[in-house]
Design a protein around this ligand. Structure first.
Ligand code: SF4
Length: 806
């Protein structure tokens, strides 16, 4: 027993670590050991049982937010079903992930008790401690660190499914910028044109509107895997007569359910859009009126500077001016962009009767060209013959697709998950914006653009209130100016409080992350399950799942076109505590005793006090926790008045901030690593696609035993790429590049494009033979990254690897 600390009778320190791969599996409670197995022990069939149904919601992350009816028998969750009170049958949904929660919340990977690191960082050696001891020490260390290095030396990171809105504020800590470059690749290029989409390309109309489209052009989106709600509406659209075309390098689940699959070379979506635009311009298939009146295409560019030309006379918005004066801020008039009107005169676009699209010449001694004329010139480099060569799609098919798209109404779905994590994804988004602008496929039934992932995100939403931290404390969150990749190159951060798996999920090139963690004085991971990133923590704290609460209600959110209430389904399991309790306890120790609501009920009251729908908490409870939002009878449309959220109010496709990068209009650029002619592909012949699956949401459900019956991490590769090396399905292979290696099972799959390998994102080392997918992924920022709306993309899919039998 030498060197083995006993943490509980019969369980040695070493046994504890090895037996429970996730360490938290066998926790310590006051009464002894609580195990998942004991929690799942059968009830006494003869005994009288207590049974009730509680209503809550599931994930916002897949975009569906299914409303659930949860049956609890004798304190155990025994059944989950769709909530029958949703307004229509279409909303009564759930998938296998929801069903699996009956087992998943009792998983052996649950963190059951607070853990403190006792070995080397990353060695995975912990001992159980009390919440009191853990929190006292954490707060004491944070205070010391902030005194020595400043408040912003503490980094708070969160995940989409946690509920810690006060955490960064009470710690006055910094947070990471722009989602660490995740999901923003396409939005970087698309959203500046419309002013919508929040940088995530979420500017789509509700996908229910696809029934009004003649063409639904889906480029790189695999919503039949990743977003149940969209799968349903895709079939509705097909039934209504829409032509659903999926463009994807791989024969994805969505491709196989579409009317047509068009295979494309990886990372060349922008080339497809550029080629389509050229064909539309060359053949005068565009929407001239939309271009002239609702886009920046007639705006004039000074050919010397590349900048748009503005009127010298500003327009003053008196109401906004008065507001600014009252607030003591400076008011700036708007200087409108100039166009050439039908009378040949230079005018502010706001005054022009019929702005001219084709303009090139000298006006008042200034050499000017319209954005449209510049676009026509720029597009000469991208004929459909060129696009065919780059994309691998025939010239005829590109031209026919362009004609069909231009005829409209057409919806253009762009991707999250794989294609947006390429280095040139912003060019894809920008080229998509130009395609939309020249055809006017936006702002009318059946015509929209965006990721469309998750009907919930694009559906109707109510406004809510939120608990306000009393001003007397003067608390403010710290800066959010750097992504984790950038922070990793500095010594700014000395402590990390991570709710969710920051370290293994949010940044590529994991070896660098491992090195970085050695420089951090304090790492705290608070989570429901023990993830790979938790292995580097000094403290690992158990939080409750979405089903457990210590109050009658936990939260209220927008679901898919409904307000959804989170009722308590179960008491907290093991020693897990709610997200609110965790934040309150930190606040108390920092001296902000009453900064946060005492109970979740109190917070929910504050949320509902600001609700913009005419519903009370009592009504919500009476209606099984759900309430339809006003207007949901019809699909939600956006920009129907063509008033875009840009400076001019028009769709702005000319990006002045990218003039120095020659990307004011989209110019073709290959990926940094994953392009066909890269000489490195001699060594690393496969592009590693990082995609999403119906079996997980990022790294969530990795640990669901029920789901693991159907899927365990496997790299899928086309048989032609395996046969050459004598590799067959079921073998373990080594994937490798200059950054690292992993070992994982392989399957031959003809659905994968030759030259590629597909692995689902968040494949972590606990579930592979060896290594985490992020050991391989690319973290190289593109040169223009800092100039982009959301900063540099995380180019996880711009990764090439070699493969050999392990
Ligand atoms: S994962 Fe998404 S689709 Fe599945 S049950 Fe949860 S919310 Fe619904």
């Amino acid at each position: 027993m030498s060197g083995e600390k006993t943490v509980n009778p019969g369980i040695t320190r070493r046994g504890f670590m090895k037996g429970a791969a996730a360490l938290g599996a066998l926790g310590v409670t006051a009464g002894g050991i609580a195990t998942a197995t004991s929690s799942l022990a059968p009830t006494n069939a003869q005994a009288e049982s207590e049974e009730h149904v509680a209503y809550t919601y599931h994930q916002s992350h897949c975009g569906n937010m299914c409303a659930l009816a949860c049956t609890v028998r004798d304190g155990r969750l025994v059944c989950i079903e769709p909530n029958s009170a949703m307004a229509e049958r279409r909303y009564k949904t759930m998938c296998l992930k929801g069903v699996s929660e009956v087992q998943h919340i009792y998983s052996d990977k649950r963190i059951q008790t607070p853990l403190k690191r006792v070995g080397e960082r990353g060695a995975g050696e912990f001992e159980a401690v009390s919440w009191e001891e853990a929190l006292d020490d954490i707060v004491s260390q944070i205070k010391d660190i902030q005194q020595s290095f400043g408040k912003d030396s503490v980094l708070v990171t969160t995940c989409a499914e946690c509920d810690v809105p006060f955490l960064a504020t009470i710690l006055e800590a910094r947070t990471c910028a722009n989602n660490n470059g995740i999901d923003i690749g396409t939005g970087n290029g698309l959203d500046p044109a419309t002013g919508m989409g929040w940088g995530f390309a979420m500017s789509a109309q509700e996908p229910r509107d696809w029934v009004n489209s003649r063409l639904v052009l889906n480029v790189g989106n695999n919503f039949c895997e990743s977003s149940l709600a969209n799968a349903r509406v895709m079939f509705d659209a097909k039934d209504a007569g829409a032509h659903v075309v999926t463009v994807d390098p791989h024969f994805s689940t969505t491709a196989c359910k579409s009317d047509e699959w068009i295979p494309i070379e990886v990372g060349t979506d922008a080339a497809l859009f550029l080629g389509m635009t050229t064909h539309i311009l060359d053949n005068n298939l565009g929407d001239q009126e939309f271009m002239a009146k609702h886009t920046s295409l007639p705006f004039l560019i000074d050919t010397k500077t590349g900048m748009l030309v503005r009127s010298e006379e500003g327009i003053v918005d008196e109401a906004a001016k008065a507001e600014a004066e009252a607030a003591g801020t400076e008011y700036m008039p708007f200087y409108p962009f100039l166009v050439i009107d039908e009378d040949g005169q230079k005018k502010p676009y706001t005054e022009a009767a019929n702005p001219q699209l084709t303009v090139e010449g000298t006006f008042d001694g200034q050499q000017l060209v319209s954005v449209y004329s510049k676009l026509c010139e720029s597009q000469k480099a991208y004929p459909t013959s060129w696009a065919a060569e780059v994309t691998g799609i025939s010239q005829e098919r590109i031209e026919a697709l362009a004609e069909e798209y231009a005829a409209g109404p057409s919806s253009l779905c762009v991707g999250w998950g794989g294609s947006d994590k390429l280095s040139n994804a912003d060019i894809t988004g920008h080229a998509a914006a130009v395609l939309v602008a020249v055809t006017g496929n936006i702002g009318k039934p059946g015509a929209g653009v965006g990721v469309y992932v998750g009907a919930q995100y694009a559906g109707y939403a109510a406004g809510f209130g939120e608990w306000a931290i009393p001003e007397k404390y003067g608390l403010m969150p710290g800066p959010a100016d750097l992504q984790m990749r950038e922070l990793r190159q500095t010594d700014i951060v000395h402590a990390i409080v991570a709710v969710g798996d920051l370290l293994a999920q949010k940044v590529g090139n994991m070896k660098l992350t491992e090195e970085w963690t050695k420089t951090i004085d304090l790492i705290v991971t608070a989570d429901v399950y023990f993830t790979e990133g938790a292995k580097w923590a000094d403290y690992v704290l158990p939080l409750t799942s979405r089903f457990e609460y210590d109050a009658e209600v936990g939260n209220v959110k927008n679901g898919y076109n409904h307000i959804c209430l989170q009722e308590k389904v179960l008491d907290p399991l093991f020693e897990a505590k709610t997200d609110l309790w965790f934040q309150r306890e930190l606040a108390k120790r920092l001296g902000y005793e009453d900064a946060l609501p005492e109970t979740a009920d109190e917070r929910v009251a504050a949320i509902m006090a600001g609700c913009t729908e005419n519903v009370t908490l009592e009504q919500l409870k009476e209606n099984q926790g759900v309430w339809p939002i006003t207007g949901i009878e019809n699909p939600r449309l956006v920009a129907t008045d063509y008033a875009f959220y840009t400076e001019s109010g028009n769709m702005e496709v000319y990006y002045q901030n990218l003039v120095d990068f020659n990307q004011a209009l989209p110019q073709w650029e290959e990926n940094i690593e994953a392009y066909p002619g890269n000489p490195e592909r001699e060594k690393y012949p496969l592009q590693l696609t990082n995609t999403r699956t119906r079996f997980r949401i990022h790294n969530q459900f990795n640990d669901s035993a029920w789901l693991a019956q159907y899927y365990t991490p496997t790299v899928h590769v086309n048989p032609v790429d395996l046969e050459a090396q004598g590799i067959k399905t079921g073998d373990t292979v080594r994937l490798f590049n200059d950054r690292g290696e992993i070992k994982v099972a392989v399957a031959a799959n003809e659905a994968i494009r030759p030259g590629s390998a597909r692995l689902y994102e968040a494949t972590t080392a606990d579930y592979t033979v060896a290594g985490n997918m992020q050991d391989l992924t690319n973290d190289t920022p593109i040169e223009r990254g800092a100039a982009l709306m959301m900063g540099p993309v995380a180019p996880f899919s711009d990764t090439i690897v070699g493969i050999e039998k392990a």
